[in-house]
Design a protein around this ligand. Structure first.
Ligand code: CP3
Length: 345
């Protein structure tokens, strides 16, 4: 990327040599940070997201405080759904709650078309502000929820353990599933395109809950949609990151869907995941709970990841999922320093 002071993250995304292994954390801005809690005491999450000064500040403060190699825009995967007319709130410690779940053709037809500049102007504005505040020190990651993960919230009406309603609809009601996934996929492409136009240097597709699917179901009911999104975003000069939780069994299928870098959780050794994925970048793998343990344990776990990777280009250090609220910021900084120090080339 021309002009970036620290482009190690982007180089690693392209599997080019970096000065050291870049680090960032999913949910690096959040309640575990004192600076965030102060703002959060006055505003709920969605209000922070909808106030560009605040979301830009939260984004940049977190990246600066931790000394990470990339910032991620402070937003939520639910924002574009609100812009499509879905009424929802975010319940603390639980997650999104949808007022009227989407269960039939009428519910899908009622979804409004999504135009990023009208529907989520605050995200676009926040990205521009963050780019100014960062002054090209580190790159900025934009993101969107993936069709399956968004559909799961819309259909279940909230977080779920088994995704029974989503799967029932997916298996038995193609006349609902197909248009729903199609509408969501179109939205994701338009949303991520607008983020790139506003200055995002990379984009991540959060398919957090796709690991709940068998490989055949992923292939039949999800791959065509996520695959279309990655195809549409190819050739634009920005790395595409593809993330999910519990995806050990569907990595091959996720790879088929697309992406330049794959985020994996801790349920598979990172070298095994990389063997399955082949010639792409990889990030994640450290259990967020390990960061809560004493430094001896989490130093050992972080080093284990570095040993398994063995200095191969294309590695980005991250947790396997978001930072837990009870995390001590010093512990994360310790991980950043350890990885930078031990991988310096
Ligand atoms: O990573 C970052 O620093 C950027 C911020 C970010 C948020 N949400 C802000 C937020 C990101 C990347 C997301 C994505 C998101 N949102 C996902 C995909 C990633 C994942 O974790 O799998 C999902 C599933 C959501 C939906 C959602 N929003 C959940 C499950 C929650 C947590 C509820 C809780 O209280 O723990 C939210 C709320 C939310 N969005 C928080 C943050 C930092 C929680 C903190 C708060 O309440 O202030």
């Amino acid at each position: 990327m021309p002009g970036l002071e620290n482009d190690n993250f982007l180089r690693a995304c392209r599997r080019k040599e970096a000065d050291y292994t870049p680090v960032w954390f999913m949910r690096q801005a959040g309640r575990y940070l004192e600076s965030y809690r102060k703002i959060r005491a006055q505003h709920d999450v969605l209000s922070i997201c909808k106030t560009p000064e605040l979301s830009a500040k939260v984004t940049v403060d977190a990246a600066n405080e931790l000394g990470v190699d990339a910032a991620i825009i402070f937003a939520d995967i639910m924002l574009p759904l609100e812009a499509m007319g879905v009424r929802l709130r975010i319940v603390e410690d639980t997650g999104p709650k949808i007022e009227s779940p989407v269960r039939n053709e009428d519910d899908v037809a009622k979804l409004r078309d999504f135009r990023p500049e009208e529907g989520v102007p605050f995200v676009i504005d926040a990205i521009r502000r963050v780019k100014e505040l960062l002054e090209d020190r580190i790159p900025l990651i934009g993101f969107s929820g993936a069709p399956f993960t968004l559909a799961s919230y819309l259909v279940e009406g909230g977080p779920s353990r088994d995704f029974t309603e989503t799967k029932k609809l997916m298996y038995a009601r193609p006349e609902v599933w197909k248009p729903l996934m199609t509408r969501l996929s179109r939205m994701v492409v338009d949303y991520l395109s607008a983020q790139v136009k506003a200055g995002a240097d990379a984009v991540q597709l959060f398919d957090s809950w796709s690991g709940s699917l068998s490989p055949v179901d992923y292939e039949e009911f999800v791959l065509p949609y996520s695959g279309w999104i990655f195809d549409e975003l190819q050739g634009r000069g920005i790395p595409r990151l593809h993330f999910g939780v519990g995806t050990a069994g569907i990595l091959r299928m996720m790879r088929k869907a697309g992406g330049d870098v794959f985020g994996v959780d801790w349920r598979i050794p990172i070298d095994e995941a990389w063997d399955v994925l082949g010639d792409v970048g990889i990030q994640g793998n450290l259990d967020p709970a390990a960061v809560l343990a004493g430094p001896d344990l989490f130093d050992a776990r972080a080093r284990d990841i570095l040993v398994r990777v063995g200095g191969r280009p294309g590695h980005i250090f991250n947790l396997g999922h978001g930072v837990l609220p009870e995390t001590r910021p010093e512990q994360l900084k310790r991980v950043v320093d350890l990885v930078h120090r031990e991988t310096k080339r």
